[in-house]
Write a protein that binds this ligand. Structure first.
Ligand SMILES: CC(=O)N[C@H]1[C@@H](OP(=O)(O)OP(=O)(O)OC[C@H]2O[C@@H](n3ccc(=O)[nH]c3=O)[C@H](O)[C@@H]2O)O[C@H](CO)[C@@H](O)[C@@H]1O
Ligand SMILES: C=C(OP(=O)(O)O)C(=O)O
Length: 419
């Protein structure tokens, strides 16, 4: 177990480069097993989640070589062996192997990923879609088994635009016979990245980023090796952008695709934050106390749920009262209690949090319950008076590459302590 000791009160200043996207890397690594050959993937962030995905691929028989920010996956000898509970428990995103393994081998058995800190996160839409492609699904003793003599293209309409279901179904359809349409899909930039990766290995997919994705099935022999570069992490970049605002600093975040940050930047501008956007960078200059704003999390291009906790930290210091409504995950307000310990005035009613801005936050002993809650608490600690001890930072390591090193390069004072 590790913790952060954070001394607040420093304005962040300087330039920081965003890493490759976690949420693009994980499905792309899963997709790399479709191709019985080599994929070289660049701009892979060095994260615990990626290392778990590497372990899962190795368990399946892939040869995985990870050197700095490049991963080479050779999937020639992959077999559809069972993915057990201990591997699934280490990371939810292992469920993304379902579509790829089924597509290549016609069978897959994985442990059910189970509950999660931010919500129950069922997989009914993934499974319904796989059934429409011709798979037989069994859910028994905590395991999901999917089997199909052959998968056949289908017309699938998702009840809601689930990111993971869209990804799993896209991967499952790559080697199906005929054409698949998936409608009401997720439109997040990471879906477009997955489509681009899959097309680079020989898949025929169109439409990612719109409401409907069309996949023309190809055969295994049509797939080929690739070298592919992951898009920048819009959530990591967003976290540093909001950190600049909360500390009244002057920070430029490079290696970003500004368009992917539009929903966040629009909200920050509404709150009075001074933002200038370059071709692949965003600069934020703190200019006094920000104004309260209301936020409702929505699927992309709406406001991302993965930035909700960080915005709550910022709004806890705003002038006026803000309302945040979380519509994606039913249990994503676990940071509220910890922010309150630091002096924030926040009331929760169901899926809505009412945040009355206070003049200052104070350092406290607090705990990260999940990845983005952890990031939000680091930000609150950076803006607070005095010192904070933040426990359970392993959640943060799932999704932020060298978080404390990056913050410290901007003038923050964070020490990682091994208990
Ligand atoms: C690795 C990764 O990319 N994770 C992201 C992905 O998670 P993930 O892919 O798990 O998120 P989904 O888009 O699937 O979930 C959105 C909502 O749909 C519900 N749902 C989902 C599937 C299903 O079969 N049935 C169902 O009811 C979920 O419980 C949730 O309430 O998208 C989320 C929403 O943008 C982000 O917060 C996560 O960071
Ligand atoms: C919820 C998140 O990730 P995951 O889906 O991997 O739990 C996140 O990145 O904020």
């Amino acid at each position: 177990m590790e913790k952060f000791m954070i001394l607040g009160g420093n304005r962040l200043k300087g330039t920081i480069r965003a890493s490759g996207s976690k949420n693009a890397t994980l499905p792309i690594l899963a997709a790399s097993i479709l191709n019985a050959g080599k994929s070289v993937i660049h701009e892979v962030p060095r994260l615990v989640d990626v290392s778990v995905m590497k372990d899962v691929l190795t368990h399946l028989g892939a040869k995985v070589n990870w050197d700095r920010n490049t991963i080479e996956v050779d999937s020639t000898n992959v077999q559809p062996v069972e993915i057990s509970e201990d591997l699934m428990r280490r990371m939810r995103a292992s469920n993304l192997l379902l579509g790829a393994l089924l597509s290549r081998f016609g069978r897959v058995k994985i442990s059910y990923p189970g509950g999660c800190q931010i919500g129950s996160r069922p997989m009914n839409l993934h499974l319904k879609g796989l059934q429409l492609l011709g798979a037989t699904i069994q859910e028994k003793f905590g395991y999901i088994t999917a089997e199909a003599d052959k998968l056949v293209g289908a017309d699938i309409h998702l009840d809601l635009p689930s990111v993971g279901a869209t990804e799993n179904l896209m991967m499952a359809a790559v080697l199906s016979e005929g054409v698949t349409f998936i409608r009401n899909v997720a439109k997040e930039p990471e879906l477009v990245d997955l489509q681009n990766f899959l097309n680079s290995i020989g898949a025929k997919i169109k439409g990612a980023g719109t409401d409907t994705i069309k996949i023309e099935g190809v055969s295994l022999k049509d797939l080929k090796p690739t070298s592919y570069t992951i898009i920048p992490d819009r959530i990591e970049a967003g976290t540093y952008i909001v950190s600049a605002a909360i500390t009244g600093g002057d920070v430029t975040v490079t290696n970003v695709i500004p368009e992917h940050l539009d929903p966040l930047l629009a909200k920050l501008r509404e709150a009075g934050v001074n933002i200038s956007v370059g071709d692949d960078s965003v600069r934020v200059v703190g200019n006094g106390r920000i104004k309260a704003v209301d936020i409702k999390t929505m699927p992309y291009p709406g406001f991302p749920t993965d930035m909700q906790p960080q915005m709550m930290a910022l709004l806890s210091l705003a002038e006026g009262t803000s309302v945040i409504t979380e519509t994606i995950f039913e249990n994503r307000f676990k940071h509220v209690g910890e922010l309150r310990r630091m002096g924030a005035d926040i009331k929760v009613e169901g899926q809505t949090a009412i945040i009355k801005g206070v003049d200052k936050l104070s350092g406290a002993c607090i705990e990260a319950s999940d990845l983005r809650a952890g990031a939000a608490l680091v930000m609150a600690a950076l803006a607070a008076e005095g010192g904070t001890v933040l426990e359970r930072v392993q959640h943060i390591d799932r999704g932020y590459e060298r978080l404390e090193v990056k913050y410290n390069s901007l003038g923050a004072r964070i020490i990682r302590v091994h208990n």
